[in-house]
Structures are given as C-alpha cells and as structure tokens.
Design a protein around this ligand. Structure first.
Ligand code: EPZ
Length: 427
C-alpha cells in the first residue's frame, strides 16, 4: 500500500501549477457516451483512480476506451451489456450514473447497491424514484437492482433535495426519453452545466442547467462528439488552502473563478487575499492571524461540502474558535480524529465540529479515512505541522487528485510517495 511522507512541514509553498480537469465533470460525461453508439474524444480528463474505474465499467459493458495523457478515446459502438459488475459498483458510487444512459439506450439496467466513500449511506433512492416517474420499473433481489422500461417517458420531476447525481442521472435518461422532462429543485453545480454542454454537443436538447429548473426534450437519435471538461474547482480550492496554511504564495492556472465564489469568500474571511487574473488565481502571502470561521456546507452555490475537510485543517490553526456544520453528508467528520492526533483541538457533535485554534500542529503518523477530501485535509495539516508526517491509506486521495504529490513538490513541499514500509517509492 502507498503512503505519503511530508519530511518537514512549516515550509511556505511557493510556485505555480496547472489545475487539472474536473473529476466530477468527467465522470457523468463518460457515462453519457453510452447513450449513443459512436466514437468520442474527451480532453482534460485527469489521470486518477475514479476515471480508471469508469473506464473499466465502459469496457465491461463492451466499450473500447483508451486514455492517452489527459485525452480519452471512447468507442461505444460495441456496447451490448446492461449490467454493471458488482465489484466495480463497490469501487465507486458514481457508477450509478450509468443507470440513465443504459435505460435511455437499451431500456434495461442491472446494478448492485453502490459503494464509494464512507461519508454516509449515500443511497440511490432518489435516482430510482425519478426513473419510476419516467415509467421504468425496478426489481430488487439479493442486493441487485434490475430496471427496465420499454421507453422512458418525459415527465415533470420535483427533487426532494438538489442532489447532484440524481440531477445528472435523470438528465442522462431524459436525453433519449419520449417527450419533455422538467427537473425542478435541480442541483446547480458547474459540473451539471458541463454535462448539459456535452449532451447538447451530442445533439440533445437541454437548457437550464446551473439553475434549479432543467428542461430536457428527448431525442430519438444522438451523435458522437469531442469535448474538453471544465477545470476542477475543488482541486483549485485545495491548493489555495495549501498556500494559505503554509503562509506561502501559490499561483494556479486553468481556474474558473466564478466556480469558487463561496470558497474564495471564506478564504478572504479567514484573512487571506487571492489575486484573480482571468483563469489564474494567486493566493498571496500574509503574516496576519488566521480568523476563525463559521462554515455551513450547502448545495451549490453555497459553501461546498468537498472543501469542508480542507477548511477544518486550516481552522485548526486559526486564532479563535470555528464552527463547521456538514449539512450534505451524514458522516463526513472522520478527518477530525486524525487532525487531533496532530494536535488540533476539535470536538465533533453529530454533524457539527467545534474547532479551537492552536498555535501549531505536530507531524504524526496518520491514516487517511476512506474519503478523498479527508486525505487531502491531512496533507494540508502535514504541510503546516512541525516535523515529519506520514499518511497511510492514500488510495482514497489518489481517487480524486491527479498527481497531488508531484504538484505539491512543484510548489516546494518536502513531500514524497512511500511504500507502506517507509522506503521512498520512485513513481
Ligand atoms: C456528488 O456526489 C459529488 N460526486 C460529491 O463529490 C459531492 O460531495 C456531492 O455531489 C455534493 O456536492 C460526484 O460528482 C461524482 P448528492 P453525489 O447526490 O451525487 C443523499 C468528491 O469528493 N442522497 O448531491 O453522490 C446523499 O446520501 C465527491 O468528489 C440520497 O439520500 O451527491 C447525500 O447525503 C464526494 N438519496 C446527499 O443526498 C439519493 O438517491 C447529497 O448527495 C442520492 C443522494
């Protein structure tokens, strides 16, 4: 198993890197290619484990997939299976996003209850409820769910909660449904806008993504296309905090600032300045104290849950007490225990963490919880801590961050990949 060793913390990061394409835009777009038998080319696709799982699923369905650097070539002409293998569903929850495309193209799907991060039950009841409203029928037995529909019917669907995955899945199925589907109380994330743009490049007829109402007019036929995914706003936020927590100066290229407004507002409130020049953001150094914050995670454009663990690491060093409420996932506070091993003073009560700032953190041997943003939070804490930090179980981090260690090294961090018995791993 691989680990990360930060040889020496308390070193201000300096330098510039390019932010990768968005994992959470790429995953639904890769699933969308199943809607049409053709040859697709996607660019700015990050090289990371979740993308590799998506590739395995497409191949298991009969597709051909090749990733060359950050471009991926997908041929869906030979896809003839409607079943997602159990072991792949367990690897990554986003595999549920194949439900819409498979129902849309073949009228059938067979999946097992999904796996993925352990940040809460993360059921799929809203996905199933949406497709039932579109006249699909489902049977559950022995942990498998089989869905079928002679033809998905366009309907008005009101989501109980602006769920990102549910919004995306219904868009995917509706693209080939009969008639018009309107999704109300839709999620408004930028990745959903990117999915709409991709689907419309395929000949779909969708508008409203980015608002809470999305209208999809089903099409009988679609076509293949080429697309470049948007930059990863969560990776960008994570690196801005890496600069902040180490009191450094970090310049990020390939960022869409509008996608980070809530994150930038909290970075400013914490006492840091970010210079915005087009698609380049620079976190500027400061010796000012870190202000404590009150953070409540919300659906976009509110404060993103995917930045909550990283901010908890920063707040561990604030001058005062911060309050962090996790309102999206039921169990996304596991990083608190590991941060406490590094000297942080955090009390978790249900979905709320009370973080009492301390003067410094201390390097330690910590284990990344099975959630990729939690692992990133431990890297940030290690970069700011006195002494050496070793983080194990980093496969979760590698699911969501392309070459995190390489990018941190480019910013001057004394960080390396190690194999679990502690030798440096030459990657
Ligand atoms: C997407 O997850 C992202 N993943 C998550 O990013 C992100 O944290 C989340 O949206 C919220 O922004 C991808 O895009 C691949 P939800 P998703 O459906 O679609 C509950 C990362 O770090 N729910 O908006 O799973 C669910 O349990 C990942 O990159 C149901 O109850 O999020 C959760 O509590 C982590 N029933 C809440 O809704 C359902 O049928 C929000 O889930 C579906 C969801």
């Amino acid at each position: 198993m691989e680990g990360i060793r930060i040889l020496k913390g308390e070193k201000p990061l300096q330098g510039e890197i390019k932010i990768s394409g968005s994992k959470n835009a790429a995953l639904p777009i890769m699933a969308a290619t199943v809607l049409h038998p053709g040859e697709f080319i996607l660019h700015d696709i990050p090289v990371l484990k979740d993308i590799a799982v998506m590739r395995e699923v497409l191949i298991s369905l009969g597709g051909r997939v090749e990733q060359r650097g950050n471009s991926i070539f997908i041929d869906t002409r030979q896809i003839d299976s409607i079943e997602i293998p159990d072991q792949l569903m367990r690897k990554m929850r986003a595999s549920i996003l194949f439900m819409g495309p498979l129902l849309g193209r073949f009228g059938k799907v067979r999946i097992s209850q999904p796996g993925g991060c352990s940040i809460g039950p993360r059921p799929i009841d809203w996905h199933i409820k949406g497709f039932k409203q579109m006249d699909a029928v489902f049977q559950e037995s022995h942990g498998f769910i089989a869905g079928k529909s002679s033809q998905l019917q366009g309907k008005e669907i009101h989501l109980d909660f602006p769920s990102v995955g549910t919004t995306e899945n219904i868009m995917l199925g509706a693209a080939r449904a009969q008639g018009v589907t309107v999704i109300r109380n839709a999620a408004r994330e930028p990745e959903i806008v990117d999915l709409q743009n991709f689907l419309n490049s395929m000949g779909a007829d969708i508008f409203g993504a980015g608002t809470d109402m999305i209208k999809i007019s089903g099409q009988k036929t679609l076509k293949a296309c080429e697309h470049t995914v948007i930059p990863d706003r969560i990776e960008a936020g994570t690196f801005l905090l890496a600069g902040a927590i180490t009191r450094g100066e970090v310049k990020l290229h390939n960022v869409i600032p509008e996608h980070l407004e809530a994150t930038l507002a909290k970075i400013d409130e914490a006492g840091f300045k970010v210079r915005v020049e087009g698609e380049t953001l620079t976190l500027l150094p400061t010796d000012e104290k870190i202000n404590p914050l009150e953070i409540k995670t919300q659906p976009y454009p509110g404060f993103p849950t995917d930045m909550q663990p990283q901010f908890m690491a920063l707040m561990a060093l604030a001058e005062g007490t911060s309050l962090i409420s996790e309102n999206i996932f039921e169990n996304r506070m596991k990083h608190a225990e590991e941060l406490k091993r590094m000297g942080a003073r955090i009390r978790v009560e249900g979905r709320t963490a009370i973080v009492q700032g301390v003067d410094r953190l201390f390097g330690a041997f910590v284990e990344s919880p099975p959630a990729l943003r939690a692992g990133a939070a431990l890297v940030l804490a290690g970069l700011a801590a006195e002494g050496e930090t070793v983080i194990t179980d980093i496969e979760h981090i590698q699911r969501g961050y392309e070459d995190l260690v390489g990018k941190m090294k480019a910013l001057g961090a004394e960080i390396e990949l190690i194999s679990v018995n502690g030798e440096e791993k030459n990657d």
